[in-house]
Design a protein around this ligand. Structure first.
Ligand code: GLY
Ligand code: MN
Ligand code: MN
Length: 367
């Protein structure tokens, strides 16, 4: 497992450059800059060279904050035009027979910015899409990141527990979602991972349902999906609750999703491809005749962003590795009838997983 801390992440990037045949990397995605340099402001870019170049650029508003946050090995540039400032300081090509190969954050750079970059660097530089170089490194969390994600998750669990203790029936979905958000902030969250989803009955069949001004009835299932942001890191969790006696159908759907979730958790560990873990849960849901009712992937990485790599879906070709933090969140969504999703946050360890989420999963009946 990587134990790199922020001061060491530039070395990880430098090592990855060689594998991609890139001489220097221009990092313009703010989340990537934050991961790399520890900078939390709203405008910054960085340049990492295989030759040891370490440049960080931001504007005057962040003169003081950047001095506090950005490790000493980075030369800081305080400029209005970050691209111009960094491209003016590109290293020379290591081979005079070919142009400098400059990687750029292709996932984070728009077409207009790319055109401008091409104009700034001119013909002597070859622009190379870096294709998730920093994102791949971000997928493996160091111990500080793991602590933060655990703390965010624990805070979110605590907020939801307060909501559940106060009951659901008769409150509107929007009231519950708002109260959950307020409680997370009261408990110290700096933000929310995404607007909470609270969806009762047939509304729960929409995987990303928007909470409505509709009271939650007794005798149905309620999907609650929420997350807190703490110290720059996100959490993500879903629980589905019963608000009284359920129909046999709805109870059966709950048990099916729980079986699929537990099987995927049991299978999950280092070395498996994302699609292989997805297939474990999907096989159980498909075999029960619900192959058309689980249309999203099994899970995703969580870190500074609530959705990041690796992907656990039919398209997930990344092998899981120790230090990755992913969700395991199968669901069954029967249109017009009911929906169930159960989502845990887990850390991939050397020999399996460690479940971060602390809330129970046996069906809970809440008044
Ligand atoms: N609410 C988004 C997710 O669980 O991925
Ligand atoms: Mn999720
Ligand atoms: Mn979620």
């Amino acid at each position: 497992m990587s134990t790199a801390t922020i001061p060491e992440r530039d070395a990880l990037v430098q090592a990855a450059l060689a594998g991609r045949d890139i001489d220097a990397l221009l990092v313009t995605g703010l989340v990537n800059v934050r991961w790399l340099c520890g900078f939390t402001g709203s405008n910054a870019a960085a340049l990492v060279g295989a030759d040891g170049t370490r440049l960080f650029a931001t504007d005057f508003r962040y003169l003081t904050v950047s001095a506090e946050q950005v490790p000493a090995q980075w030369e800081r540039l305080i400029e209005q035009d970050l691209l111009a400032a960094l491209t003016a300081r590109l290293p020379a090509s290591p081979d005079s027979a070919r142009p400098l190969r400059l990687g750029f954050d292709d996932a984070a750079m728009g077409v207009r910015e790319h055109l401008r970059l091409a104009g700034l660097v001119g013909d002597g530089v070859e622009l190379v899409p870096a294709g998730g170089l920093v994102e791949d490194l971000r997928a493996i969390k160091d111990r500080h990141e793991l602590e933060r994600i655990r703390a965010a998750s624990l805070l979110a669990d605590g907020a939801l527990s307060e909501i559940i203790a106060a009951g659901l029936v008769g409150k509107t979905e929007r009231e519950v979602a708002l109260e959950l958000e307020i409680r997370m902030r009261r408990l110290g969250a700096e933000g929310i991972s995404f607007p909470p989803i609270v969806a009762a009955g047939a509304h729960g069949a929409l995987p990303h349902a928007e909470p409505r001004d509709v009271p939650i009835p007794a005798g149905t299932l309620v999907v609650i999906d929420w997350g807190a942001q703490l110290d720059g890191y996100a959490s993500d969790c879903t629980r589905t609750y019963a608000t009284g006696e359920l129909s046999e159908h709805d109870r059966g759907i709950y048990e099916l999703v729980l079986d699929a979730q537990l099987a995927a958790l049991a299978a999950c560990g280092p070395g498996l491809l994302g699609r292989e873990v997805d297939a474990v849960a999907r096989g159980i849901i498909d075999a029960a005749g619900h192959q058309d009712h689980f249309g999203h992937g099994l899970g995703h990485g969580v870190g500074i962003e609530v959705h990041e790599g690796p992907r656990l879906s039919k398209l997930g070709e990344t092998p899981l590795a120790p230090g990755m933090v992913v969700t395991i969140e199968p669901g069954v969504y029967v249109p017009g009838v009911v929906g169930v999703r159960i989502e845990d946050l887990v850390v991939v360890t050397d020999d399996g997983i460690d479940i971060v989420t602390t809330l129970p999963k046996e069906l809970q009946v809440v008044g």
